[in-house]
Design a protein around this ligand. Structure first.
Ligand SMILES: CC(C)(COP(=O)(O)OP(=O)(O)OC[C@H]1O[C@@H](n2cnc3c(N)ncnc32)[C@H](O)[C@@H]1OP(=O)(O)O)[C@@H](O)C(=O)NCCC(=O)NCCS
Length: 206
């Protein structure tokens, strides 16, 4: 079993609301709070086996034709309103019209950051930029003292991202993913560790 979470931080309510409305940017990306208008782009880019296979089995598969709209309307947007989760779409600065992926932060549980990127845009370092931006929000805007993320051990891209951004493996176990029951890992990063990493890897200008 993956070990239980340490205590949740409770940042100020005003801070949570501000984060839900916050837009951001990295060298190549714009990050905008998720809206219902993003559902068609999500429906196009998310339901692909290479994207969903290592996500938790809670993701419906086969993915229903209205899956993205229902996820936005019934799960993601209410959680943002309640200050329980924060979801941002990723857009290329060079083509800001459409969402190409998403980065999410979750206040509770063992999976405090989630990410996916549409297949045509993978392996170009884009999620490395977006994840670093999300870590800054998690620690500096929301004020949490540690970040924990779970993943399938077989998810090489996700493991590399965690390794490269200074996270530590803190627990192992088994979990149910879309592709079945697999070895799973939990990786952790403290605010102090993140700030030390950031000092050596400052954001690059757009
Ligand atoms: C995880 C994911 C968001 C990474 O996005 P990305 O923009 O392609 O990642 P980056 O280009 O920033 O690369 C991050 C690291 O992963 C490596 N990587 C990326 N895709 C990989 C792949 N398919 N196989 C092996 N390594 C891969 C990169 O080489 C890089 O490592 P490096 O810094 O040592 O070179 C993307 O693969 C994805 O959407 N996967 C499906 C959803 C998912 O599994 N989300 C995570 C759940 S825990």
């Amino acid at each position: 079993m993956i070990e239980a979470s340490r205590s949740d931080a409770y940042p100020a309510a005003a801070c949570r609301v501000d984060a839900a409305r916050m837009e951001g940017g990295t060298e190549r990306l714009l990050l905008r709070p998720l809206t219902l208008a993003d559902a068609p782009a999500m429906q196009e880019h998310f339901p692909h086996w290479e994207i969903v296979r290592y996500l938790l089995a809670a993701v419906p598969w086969p993915y229903p034709p209205d899956g993205a709209r229902r996820f936005c309307r019934d799960t993601a947007l209410p959680a943002m309103e309640q200050g329980e989760a924060w979801h941002w779409t990723l857009r290329l600065r060079s083509a800001p019209g459409a969402a190409i992926g998403m980065v999410s932060l979750f206040r509770r549980g063992e999976d405090q950051r989630g990410l996916w990127l549409g297949l045509p845009w993978q392996r170009q370092g884009l999620m490395t930029e977006a994840a670093a931006w999300a870590n800054d929000v998690w620690f500096d805007t929301l004020g949490f003292d540690h970040l924990r993320v779970g993943k399938a051990r077989a998810n090489t891209a996700s493991r590399r991202l965690s390794q490269r951004q200074g996270m530590r493996l803190v627990a192992t176990g088994e979990r149910n993913f879309v592709c079945g029951t697999l070895d799973a890992e939990t990786w952790e990063l403290t605010a102090a560790e993140w700030r030390a990493w950031r000092a050596k890897h400052p954001p690059r200008p757009a």
